[in-house]
Write a protein that binds this ligand. Structure first.
Ligand code: FAD
Length: 383
């Protein structure tokens, strides 16, 4: 790691997005990880990954956590979702072309699914990509997408209608759209937690080669994307917010003793610890299933649902423990844990929606268990 992480690299002490300089350094770290196949370590070497085992990835994750970095060290949700689906659904030529751009850290990707008329019903996407010779002409709007990354992304991973006349689920496609094409506008969108964006497409000409999984086959591709977004790949990283919170209550005194020594507070702390640990264990189990090649059923959505709900419970208990101090943000003297706890209060609320709301996760779990249906729905294939 010494040759990859600059010796003076320090994670920003306060919440918020990395500034331009920090973002540049993170991209450099990403490319160095990519050179070794460590940026997307589970992906096969021939596509720029590392072909690493679950055990090796655990070690790599721990090394990066020593300096509070996750992998990738910058926002690349679209890269994470597209690389999984490309491995399953793309032609070999497309895999050779698109995967290394992501796995080597050369290009960043935003995930563009949600549209202004409603995000939960993904199959109702209205953005159109109509074939015209060797190109698709794209028109439509996506919203609540992206991240405040100090730089726009290099490309978008997008669900579109490829045949507006075909029946639902048979009318869709998944396409990679370079972000610098003419006719694309990115408009910032403030949310209570972070800056998102809306992206507008007006007669954008995209090479037909960029359609992944074949025309009108987008719903199958979407299922792989969703399986990953709902937690099918699992998670092994530590929960940095919880670590910061427990550190704060142990190191901060109130009425002459550390907050964590108060007997009533200790009960609440135990509740928080259990909530976050159950969530951690679901992530760990899914990570193991993924690497042991155990085909899942409802486990991804179970992990996602539990994480969303426990986040709300934990933020409520933090509030009970710290009172006003839990909601004082980026303020030198009073902001608990440099403002991270206030940030968590907002994040716990916004985290209920992305990647399928809690209602959607509940519906998926029921379908996979065969509740209300005669046939149990199968989980999508992930690679
Ligand atoms: C912080 C954040 C980050 C995001 N990042 C991205 C991103 O990177 N890319 C992207 O494409 N999108 C992103 N989104 C959008 C997100 O995916 C959508 O908000 C989400 O899919 C829900 O869609 P919606 O907001 O249109 O709500 P709606 O679909 O309109 O739902 C409104 C309410 O109705 C409920 N509901 C809807 N359908 C059902 C049903 N069938 N059964 C029961 N209840 C139902 C929902 O649970 C919700 O409570 C992000 C959103 C947030 C808040």
């Amino acid at each position: 790691m010494k040759e990859i992480i600059p010796s003076n690299f320090k994670i920003s002490p306060r919440p918020g997005e990395p500034n331009a300089e920090q973002y540049r350094v993170r991209r450099e770290i990403g490319q160095k990880l990519g050179d070794k196949g460590w940026l997307y370590p589970a992906i096969k070497k021939e596509y720029g990954g590392g072909s690493l085992s679950g055990g090796q990835i655990t070690l790599l994750t721990q090394e990066l956590e020593e300096i509070d970095l996750e992998n990738p060290p910058y926002y690349d949700a679209g890269g994470q979702m597209s690389s999984s689906a490309i491995q399953v659904w793309a032609t070999d030529e497309q895999k050779q072309h698109f995967l290394p751009q992501t796995t080597r850290g050369l290009k960043t990707t935003w995930l563009l699914l949600t549209e202004p008329h409603g995000g939960s019903d993904l199959a109702s996407a209205k953005t159109q990509a109509i074939r015209n010779g060797d190109e698709y002409i794209v028109n439509g709007t996506k919203t609540w997408v992206g991240h405040d990354t100090a730089e726009p992304p290099d490309q978008f991973w997008t669900i579109v209608q490829t045949d507006p006349t075909a029946p639902r689920h048979q009318n869709l496609g998944f396409i990679i759209i370079p972000a610098n094409l003419e006719g694309i506008t990115i408009q910032p969108l403030e949310t209570m937690e972070r800056k998102k964006s809306s992206v507008f497409f007006e007669d954008v000409h995209v090479p037909a080669f960029n359609l992944i999984g074949g025309e009108n086959n987008g719903w199958k591709v979407a299922n792989t994307v969703m399986e990953v977004e709902h937690g099918g790949n699992g998670r092994i990283g530590k929960n940095q917010n919880m670590e910061r919170f427990f550190e704060y209550v142990k190191s901060t005194s109130f009425n002459g003793q550390p907050i964590s020594k108060d007997p009533d507070i200790r009960e609440l702390l135990a509740d928080i610890y259990i909530e976050q640990d159950v969530s951690r264990l679901f992530g760990l189990r899914n990570f193991w299933m993924r690497h042991a090649r155990v085909r899942g059923t409802y486990e991804g959505s179970q992990s996602s649902f539990y994480g969303k709900m426990s986040g709300l419970k934990i933020s409520g208990k933090m509030n009970q423990i710290l009172g006003y101090f839990a909601v004082i943000g980026d303020e030198e003297k009073w902001g608990a844990s440099n403002g991270w706890i206030e940030h968590y209060q907002r994040q716990a609320i916004t985290a209920v929606h992305p990647g399928g709301t809690q209602d959607i996760q509940r519906t998926i779990i029921a379908r996979r268990m065969g509740i209300g249906r005669t046939v149990k729905e199968e989980a999508a294939q992930i690679e």
